[in-house]
Design a protein around this ligand. Structure first.
Ligand code: ATP
Ligand code: MG
Length: 388
């Protein structure tokens, strides 16, 4: 395929915040955009040139998207893979339906990691009562994860005993699951790469992530956010995972670093990722511009981080006082701090646990960034210190 130059129309399945930031990046470069999302008021739909408010499986909606867009990508991995297959008959689609289908299914995803020689947590597949009965006691205590449709810690249950495991599996409705051994984590990190149709790969420096209640809370990226050997190993593992899929697009791979220093892969997302939002403000090219470039078949450039960064996720909880009354966070005070970059996703309603936006803090050195981040966290009512 020859490159799609500015002036062409780029399409995206899904209208959430990731789609919105993709649309912003594409429009900045002179592309037109088309979003398909059933929500008439979706964050990306509201800022796109075209918005098709149909279901992902609606063939008329998909035909309209293919009619408008010269190439199509996705912004969330739970988009039905058949929709991507359907679109790919008419238009270039990246990432490919097969890569998305693997990322959608923890069982296939783990098999892919193992096939690429990347270590993952000891685990067992539970699809039948016999497999449940055969689970090795070594995997307990563990975390039972549904094979499909989990995100932000949803679809996960911690289990300590066989009885708890059996009850937890029953609570899922006996759907296919993976039981993972609960590992002693030192910290978590992730790597974002972009891979072009010609196989060229560029990557960002690995970021260190802190989760609260199964949801990403803080991302930090600076010269000392993790040992260099771990960072190198994580980048190499992510590259093999992408190559093994013949992947085209932006890919994020999440890792655990264990107490003994071992690196273990957790999961992948076939799209830009929440842990990569800092790239918009602290790098010369964001993960969303990489997504535009891979989709349009443009050359990729190795991104350069020009500032240390801390990213704070802004969940809907920040909009509620202790007594439950709703009140906008203290934006004016937060924005008075130096090196603050506020991103809000244009969601009409704040709900507890809902991702409403994020804040990236940049500065001359990590000490300065950390102290500004602590001030911002205090103003917003987030826990301090930000990391353990
Ligand atoms: P998301 O898609 O939002 O990243 P998810 O719902 O797919 O989340 P995971 O990434 O599998 O869930 O797990 C969420 C968090 O739970 C992890 O980031 C980690 O903090 C913790 N966790 C998951 N698996 C394990 C494990 N085997 N041992 C220890 N902690 C774990
Ligand atoms: Mg995760």
């Amino acid at each position: 395929m020859s490159a799609l130059l500015p002036g062409a129309t780029l399409g995206v399945l899904g209208g959430g915040q990731l789609g919105r930031m993709f649309v912003h990046a594409a429009q900045r470069m002179g592309y037109f955009t088309a979003v398909l999302d059933p929500d008439p008021d979706s964050p990306a739909g509201r800022v796109s040139h075209h918005h098709i408010p149909t279901d992902y499986t609606d063939v008329d909606g998909l035909a309209r998207l293919a009619g408008l867009a010269d190439a199509i990508t996705t912004e969330f991995e739970n988009v039905p893979a058949p929709a991507l297959v359907h679109l790919s008959v008419a238009r270039p689609v990246s990432p490919a339906a097969e890569a998305v289908a693997i990322a959608q299914d923890r069982i296939r995803e783990k098999a892919h990691f193992v096939g690429c020689g990347v270590a993952c947590a000891p685990h067992a597949v539970i699809e039948t009562a016999d497999q449940l009965a055969a689970v090795s006691g070594d995997l307990l205590p563990g975390i039972l994860k549904t094979a499909r449709l989990g995100y932000d810690g949803k679809g996960q249950q911690r289990v300590g005993t066989r009885a708890e495991l059996a009850a937890a599996w029953e609570a899922t409705g006996d759907v296919p699951c993976v039981l993972e051994k609960l590992l002693p984590l030192d910290f978590e990190c992730s790597v974002i790469i972009a891979r072009g149709g010609d196989g060229q790969i560029v990557h960002y420096p690995p970021q260190r992530n802190l989760h609260r209640d199964g949801v990403l809370a803080v991302t930090e990226v600076h010269a000392h956010s993790m040992p260099e050997a771990i960072a190198r190993q994580a980048v190499a593992a992510t590259q093999s995972i992408a190559q093994g899929l013949d992947y085209v697009g932006v890919l994020c791979v999440e890792f655990f670093v264990l107490a003994d220093g071992e690196l273990v892969v957790n999961e992948m997302a076939p799209r830009p990722h929440n842990s990569g939002h800092w790239t918009m403000d602290a790098c010369d090219m964001s993960q969303f511009e990489q997504q535009v470039r891979t989709l349009a078949g443009l050359p990729l450039n190795m991104p350069r981080q020009h500032s240390p960064a801390i990213m704070l996720n802004l969940l809907g909880d920040l909009w509620f006082l202790d007594d439950g009354t709703e009140q906008a966070p203290r934006w004016a005070d937060v924005l008075a701090l130096p090196g603050i970059h506020l991103h809000l996703y244009g969601k009409a309603e704040a709900r507890r646990g809902r991702k409403m936006g994020h804040l990236t803090i940049t500065g001359a050195d990590i000490g300065e960034v950390r102290s500004t981040a602590d001030f911002a966290a205090a103003l917003l009512g987030l826990p301090i210190p930000l990391s353990e």
